[in-house]
Design a protein around this ligand. Sequence first.
Ligand code: PLP
Length: 423
Amino acid sequence: MALSTGWNRRSFLGSVATLAASVVGPRGPTAGTRSPAEPKPTGGFGASGNVYEELGVTAVINCQGTMTMLGGSLPHPEIQSVMEQASRHFVSIPELEAAAGKRIAAMLKLPQGYSALVTSGAAAAIQSGLAGVLTGDNETLIRQLPDLSGMKSEVIIQKSHRNPFDHQLRSTGVKLVEIETRDQLRRTISDRTAMMHFSNFANPNGQIKVDEWVKLAKQYNIASMNDAAADTPPVSHLWDYVNLGYDLVTFSGGKAIAGPQCAGLLLGREDLVGYALLNNSPYEDTIGRSQKVGKEEIVAMIKALEIHLGEDQEALAREWQQRLETIAHEIGKVPGVSTSYFTPPVANHVPHMNITWDQKRILLTAQDASRQLRAGKPSIAMGGGKEGSEGRPGLVMNSFQLQPGEDKIVSEQMVRLFRAHSA
Ligand SMILES: *Cc1c(COP(=O)(O)O)cnc(C)c1O
């Protein structure tokens, strides 16, 4: 069993300790460079070039953004080449993780003493990161999780920051203690407190904001984590929260970073990042053994970051806005339809369009509009009614996951839908 050998774990911690975080990684090619299509199988499954069609599964035009339920994002085609290279050899996964972490920390210019771990997603990074905080490098404790005997047992979180991904905190066995005010926080901190958790997207909702939360954690000498899974763009978020002082920060690899779908990043203090790996696959008898990350995903994450860092985010945002305006121009021709724009302050920080209509002229609820677009051919995923509309009336869409030509299809389908229900 890998865990009992021990030597490779120590060598991981040894090699992360020699991190030269000031080394500047190479910047990648600019966005939009597409590699030629992969050769397709000559027979059998995939021979048609459309595996989804062969399975009878409907491919969707994505106006909702980076939703794991819809497959996240479409990975940069360039990463296929590095995944293919990785798939041709055997390597020690802990050695590869340490080298990749070192490279990623350098690319992001993280401060001295900080490293990175490629995980199977942000959710895995949350669980492994906390597990590492709880166990350190103690093998007995690592095997024992989620039995917390002999460990700290509470994580403090603002009430408004609770969300479905705190399941990955609870899975370690800890109790989440909710607070709202600074006073409640001070009274709640005790020798049972393992960590203070922050959900970055909830920053506007809580009384204690992202910068103060980490200051308080430092003041009480408590480990802090910020879950920023979906919070690039802007790319600066990849280093901003480490620079604010967070001990651990998590990101999805398969959202806007457009890396492999089953990958994510845990950035943070190199000791804690090392302990997180000890609680994860490939090590057995660990809570994270079920969160295997492959050699292909590990190298692909480096390539995806290289590309993401090289992108001109302002030019992309202009392009995304332009796509929305093209759609607005077409659907605005239907009497009664109005459009407006907004950009959420954090999480999916990209141009969005809100589409509303005069209910007396177009007899259609937002929920039905969303359902009919999804049921149409081609199928279009767009938030509306209760789901995915950021609490706004009407439909809400963004355009950053649209593929070339799809904006035209979206406006045609919507015009058809609105005209069909016009009074
Ligand atoms: C998507 C998301 C996660 C999970 O990320 P995965 O990479 O899919 O594991 C965690 N937290 C938040 C806030 C998210 O949006």
